[in-house]
Design a protein around this ligand. Structure first.
Ligand SMILES: [Fe+2]
Ligand SMILES: [Fe+2]
Length: 460
C-alpha cells in the first residue's frame, strides 16, 4: 500500500519566496503542474500557489504593484498534508475532511509534492473490486467444498430459515421425507435454543422411513445471517452392526440361560431386583438412581460370561479349578437374596435397609443343598461368598481357596458390569489373574493383579 501511495505522488516545482510573477508562470508552464510550492530547498515550504492565482495576478500586473511568490503563497493546512509513510485509513480520513482541496505529500514532515485525488480514488476502487472478487471466489469455493463433502450440511438462521444446503443434505431430506419443516423443528427445538445460549452441540439420531439412520448434529456458527449448521451423517452401517452385535449378545445369553438347571431358578433369579445408587460419603447414605428389574439374573449371566472368558484363557488347566463347581455356584449363589422395595430417588441408609450379605449366602447354600443336590464344594462356595478370607471358619477346606478367591473376584466384577455398566477385561497367566475395570464412575476404575493360589493381591 505504501508503495502504491509513493506511485501516486508527484514532486512539485519549488520557487523561492522572492521569485516574481513571470518566473513563477514560467516554472509552472515548464512543470505541467497546476501547483507550485514556495520556499527554500530542504525546508518546509512557506505555502503554495495555484494557476488561477497566477492568472489573476498577471491580469492585475498593469496596476504597477510588484508581487512576489512569498506574497501570493497560501498556507498549507495540516489536514491537506499526507505523510507518505502514513497508513491508508488516515489518508482516506484526510481525503474526506479536506475534500476539494489539493492534497500535499510530505516526507519526514516536509511537503515536497502532491497527490492526484483521482489516482487515489481509482486505486481504492481497484482495491474494493479485488476484495469483492476475493469474497465471490471464497463463496464459490465454500459451495464447492460443501457439495463434495460426504456429509449433508444445512446452514440456517436461528429462526429456522434455511440459508444454504448442499446437494447431499437435499438428497437425504428428499429420500427420507425430511421436510424443511422437520429441519425447522430441529432448529427451533429447546435443545437448539440451548445451543444458541450455551454454544454446545446437539446430537441425535433420526431413523428415516427408508430404514436408514442419520446422526443429526448441530453446531453454532457466527456468520452474518447464519447461526446454525445442521450436519447429517449416515450411520446406517454402524447401526446395523450394533443391531447384529445386540442379537449376538442375546443369542449368547440364551445359550447361557440353557445352563440353568430348572425353570424355577430362572424365575427366581429374574424376580430379584438390583439397585443402582450414588453413595454420599458425608451421610453414609445412598440415593437410588435406577432399578434393574431382573438384576440378579443379569448378574449371574455376567458371572457366567466372565467364567467362560477365564476358562477360554486356560484357567481349567489350573489344578484346584473346576468349571462345573464354579458354574453351579454362580447360578445358585444369590437365590436366597432378599431385596427391599425402593424407588428411584429414595435416600436410605444401606446398613438399615439391606440385609447383610452373609444371611442370603447361608440361606442360599442351604436351599441349594436341600433342593438341588449340590456337592460340598459348591455348598462352601455359596455359603461363604460374602465372607472375607480372614473371616472364613477353621473348617473351610484350604484346597477350595483358589476357587473361592476366583469366585469372589468375578462376583464383584459382575456387580460392576450389571450395576455400573463397567467394562471388564481379565487376563489369565497361570494362577495369576489381571483385571482392568473401567466404569462410568471413575471412582470404581481399577487395575489389579491377584494370585489365586497364594492370595497375593496388588493394585496396578
Ligand atoms: Fe451374594
Ligand atoms: Fe452375587
Amino acid at each position: 500500500m505504501k508503495e502504491k501511495l509513493m506511485g501516486l505522488h508527484k514532486a512539485l516545482p519549488l520557487v523561492s519566496p522572492d521569485a516574481e510573477l513571470r518566473e513563477i508562470a514560467e516554472v509552472m508552464l515548464n512543470s505541467q503542474s497546476n501547483l507550485i510550492l514556495v520556499g527554500k530547498e530542504g525546508e518546509q515550504p512557506q505555502g503554495y500557489i495555484d494557476c488561477k492565482s497566477v492568472i489573476r495576478e498577471l491580469l492585475n500586473e498593469g496596476d504597477g504593484a510588484k508581487v512576489t511568490a512569498g506574497d501570493m503563497a497560501v498556507l498549507i493546512k495540516e489536514e491537506n498534508k499526507v505523510e507518505l509513510n502514513g497508513n491508508m485509513k488516515n489518508i482516506t480520513n484526510q481525503i474526506c475532511k479536506g475534500m476539494g482541496l489539493p492534497l500535499f505529500a510530505s516526507k519526514n514532515d516536509i511537503v515536497t509534492g502532491a497527490f492526484s485525488l483521482e489516482g487515489i480514488i481509482n486505486e481504492l476502487s481497484k482495491l474494493h473490486d479485488a476484495e469483492k472478487q476475493k469474497r465471490i471466489d471464497t463463496e464459490g469455493l465454500i459451495d464447492y467444498v460443501l457439495d463434495v463433502m460426504p456429509l449433508g450440511v444445512v446452514l440456517a438462521a436461528k429462526d429456522g430459515e434455511i440459508k444454504k444446503s448442499n446437494k447431499l443434505a437435499e438428497k437425504i431430506m428428499k429420500e427420507n421425507l425430511i421436510s424443511s419443516e422437520d429441519i425447522r423443528a430441529i432448529i427451533s427445538s429447546k435443545d437448539i435454543r440451548a445451543i444458541i445460549k450455551n454454544n454446545y452441540n446437539y446430537d441425535k439420531v433420526l431413523a428415516s422411513r427408508s430404514g436408514s439412520y442419520y446422526r443429526v448434529s448441530t453446531a453454532r456458527i457466527d456468520l452474518q445471517d447464519i447461526d446454525i449448521m445442521v450436519i447429517f451423517t449416515d450411520v446406517t452401517a454402524e447401526y446395523n452392526l450394533m443391531k447384529r452385535l445386540e442379537n449376538a449378545r442375546k443369542e449368547a445369553e440364551t445359550a447361557l440361560a440353557i445352563m440353568l438347571p430348572d425353570h424355577r431358578i430362572e424365575m427366581r433369579l429374574k424376580s430379584i431386583v438390583e439397585y443402582m445408587d450414588e453413595y454420599d460419603e458425608k451421610t453414609g447414605k445412598i440415593k437410588i438412581t435406577g432399578v434393574i428389574r431382573d438384576g440378579v439374573y443379569k448378574h449371574v449371566i455376567n458371572m457366567l460370561k466372565l467364567i467362560a472368558d477365564a476358562f477360554k484363557q486356560g484357567l481349567t488347566r489350573l489344578p484346584g479349578m473346576d468349571k462345573n463347581t464354579i458354574v453351579s455356584a454362580a447360578v445358585l449363589h444369590d437365590i436366597g437374596k432378599v431385596q427391599p422395595t425402593l424407588e428411584v430417588g429414595d435416600v436410605v441408609n444401606p446398613r438399615e435397609v439391606f440385609e447383610q450379605g452373609y444371611l442370603h449366602a447361608f440361606r442360599g447354600a442351604s436351599i441349594a443343598k436341600g433342593m438341588y443336590n449340590i456337592d460340598d464344594n459348591v455348598y462352601y462356595l455359596i455359603k461363604y461368598h460374602h465372607h472375607e478370607e480372614k473371616e472364613l471358619p477353621k473348617d473351610f477346606p484350604d484346597y477350595l481357596l483358589p476357587m473361592y478367591r476366583f469366585f469372589r473376584l468375578i462376583d464383584g466384577l459382575s456387580a460392576g458390569i450389571t450395576r455400573r455398566g463397567s467394562n471388564v477385561k481379565i487376563r489369565i497367566n497361570g494362577s495369576r489373574v489381571y483385571v482392568e475395570e473401567k466404569s462410568n464412575f471413575p471412582l470404581y476404575n481399577q487395575k489389579i493383579e491377584i494370585d489365586l493360589y497364594s492370595g497375593y493381591f496388588k493394585k496396578l
